[in-house]
Design a protein around this ligand. Sequence first.
Ligand code: FAD
Length: 138
Amino acid sequence: MKLVRLIYFSCATRDMALSDLKEILTVARENNNQKNICGMLCYDNQHFLQVLEGDRNAVSELYLAIADDPRHDAPTLCQIEEIEQKTFEDWNMGYAGSSSLLKGWLSNHDLRAFEPEKLSATQAFELLQELSTRQVEI
Ligand code: FAD
């Protein structure tokens, strides 16, 4: 089995309510658990940033399904790389939204708003990793 990490970002087609995010996360957690995929989803400022880790075939298949979802558009691959071990193992799909942690991280990187297209792959990974340490339960 080849283990990979995939990071992408996208734009929500409309402003997401907490209930919309909950709907996505409920399905994601159930499906990802079955496929042994873990990760984090971050949503703010009508942008998504998501990391998926798991078997290469399973992650590719899932990414293609997610990319096709009409709730967002312009999905853009930020990184896909082979990994030795998972970083986000504790979460089938963790969630992070607007928070002081996110705002603090952005301001430390001279960014005014959450715009994932402005992040390098390394920054995107670092941000998701940091957010995963203080995850919101929804
Ligand atoms: P179905 O429910 O049969 O979906 C059929 C089609 O309708 C799919 O194209 C689906 O995307 C779309 N759809 C489903 N619900 C809605 C809705 N409320 N409004 C509009 N269209 C809808 N799924 C995972 O399993 N794991 C993840 O990590 C994951 N992350 C996601 C991240 C984002 C940003 C988004 C927007 C979605 C994510 N999803 C994730 C959901 C994923 O796109 C699929 O909806 C889900 O996997 C179920 O797909 P399905 O074809 O089995 O189910």
